[in-house]
Write a protein that binds this ligand. Structure first.
Ligand SMILES: Cc1cc2nc3c(=O)[nH]c(=O)nc-3n(C[C@H](O)[C@H](O)[C@H](O)COP(=O)(O)OP(=O)(O)OC[C@H]3O[C@@H](n4cnc5c(N)ncnc54)[C@H](O)[C@@H]3O)c2cc1C
Length: 412
């Protein structure tokens, strides 16, 4: 059955939904407040767009910490394999990298965005550059008011995204629209976000990027390691950032001061004994040097004063007079450099938003509101978030597909 639909938001979910609807013969309009669609998509994956993860559905579910069950049906009906086929059918060549992350071969997010934009154009999807201010229900129809006009439609799809990176257009408007329609919105908080740490040590090492280190995050209250992974991280003026930190942050459900610490293993490939032997070897080559000048082969220069200070070894100590105990302290620090977490950086700096439209009020098979017939919510506006690896865009596509199928089949 064909009908009409108006999609509020021309981001990942909105554009994808428009293509699916138009292919099914539904007359479809996207309303986007930016001057172009897909602005956030353009900066995904550091401008390369990690478009999905080449894994099975159960693995995707394991990578969704918030409301994974809600996503079962949508993911089984539109899986990562379907996403890959969708883009390949549009002529986009894809490649799978470490961690099954899928990128366009071009290494350009624009390839993905252009593919969606061209397909919308080919199918005759209308794109209006307007800012939606209100949605009202009247005799079964939906009246959508923008800064420029009023539109009447059978089905309205809210695809306004979350609240992070507001310069891309996602400023949380969808939450207000949802509340006006009677929906509840769970508390929104940053996820996949840099972390602030106690003290000034991180600031002293600002700009230092560490590769092949292990970061583990511990919840002191629960006495539990929440996250442990090897990879890349970064020190900043406020604390820590980089891929490992962003992933770790997603495991913090409730941020409380003094509740979490991060341990960095700077030499994960070496046991304590091996590391001690390595230090002894380095020291034997420069017996009369100050310790502060003899760690250059082991540590980046901006880290040396911080480590020396923590170790309590006077910096002018000659390496040949470093005691076994002092060396043991050094080894302990290199294997476990602990930083206490102070808080999240603001939501504006988060990759995604945790919280959103309460999924209890949404039909997981169709993404239709259980409160207002013909109103749908897709993508990040929903209270669903995932870890890094292409899982958030997959969530956007799967929810968009579920919604489009429902409107195509029953929404006329
Ligand atoms: C820096 C960064 C990198 C990321 N990298 C990845 C990655 O590599 N892989 C991955 O899976 N995920 C990544 N994400 C997350 C991913 O981008 C989002 O989860 C995804 O874009 C959500 O899609 P969406 O359509 O729900 O929302 P968005 O893509 O945010 O789209 C929402 C759209 O709605 C429009 N809009 C909002 N309000 C209104 C209104 N009132 N009227 C009209 N239009 C409106 C906005 O302008 C916007 O264009 C990244 C996010 C960031 C910030």
């Amino acid at each position: 059955m064909s009908g009409s639909a108006l999609i509020v938001g021309g981001g990942a979910a909105g554009m994808f939904c428009a293509v699916c609807l138009a292919r099914g013969g539904v007359e479809c309009t996207v309303i986007e407040k930016n001057s172009s669609t897909g602005k956030k998509m353009m900066i995904t994956g550091k401008g390369r767009c990690n478009v999905t993860n080449n894994c099975d559905v159960d693995t995707v579910i394991k990578n969704i910490p918030r409301n994974p069950k809600f996503m079962y049906s949508a993911l089984y009906n539109f899986s990562p394999k379907d996403t890959m086929k969708f883009f390949e059918d549009l002529g986009v060549e894809l490649k799978t990298e470490r961690g099954n992350r899928v990128f366009p071969v071009s290494d350009k997010a624009a390839t993905i965005v252009n593919a969606l934009q061209h397909e919308m154009k080919r199918l005759g999807v209308r794109v209006l550059k307007e800012n939606v201010k209100d949605i009202a229900l009247k005799d079964g129809a939906k009246i959508v008011t923008t800064d420029k006009d009023t539109h009447c439609t059978q089905n309205v799809v809210i695809a306004t995204g979350g609240k992070s990176y507001p310069a891309t257009g996602s400023t949380g408007d969808g939450y207000i629209l949802a509340q006006k329609l009677g929906h509840t919105v769970t508390d929104v908080a940053p996820a996949l976000v840099p972390l602030t740490t106690k003290g000034s040590e991180a600031a002293q090492m600002m700009g230092l990027s560490l590769k092949n280190v292990t970061l583990s995050l511990t919840d002191i209250k629960k006495n539990k390691t929440l996250y442990k992974e090897m990879g890349e991280m970064l020190f900043t003026h406020f604390g820590i950032s980089g891929p490992l930190t962003l992933s770790a942050s997603s495991h913090i459900q409730t941020m409380e001061k003094d509740r979490y610490f991060a341990d960095i293993d700077l030499k994960p490939a070496l046991s304590k004994e091996q590391l001690d032997a390595r230090i002894l070897r380095d020291f034997s080559q420069e017996k009369n040097r100050d310790i502060a000048n003899s760690l250059g082969r082991l540590l980046p220069s901006s880290m040396i004063p911080v480590i020396i200070k923590r170790s309590g070894i006077p910096p002018e100590t000659k390496v040949n007079s470093v005691t076994k105990e002092q060396r043991a302290r050094l080894v302990d620090l290199l294997k476990c450099f602990r930083l206490y977490i102070d808080g999240f950086r603001p939501i504006e700096e988060a990759i995604i938003t945790r919280g959103g439209v309460n999924v209890k009020e949404i039909d997981p098979k169709t993404m239709q509101s259980k409160l207002c017939q013909g109103v749908y919510f897709i993508g990040e506006v929903l209270d669903v978030d995932a870890y890094t690896g292409g899982f958030n865009l997959q969530t956007a596509f799967s929810t968009a597909y579920a919604c489009a199928e429902s409107i195509k089949n029953y929404g006329g």
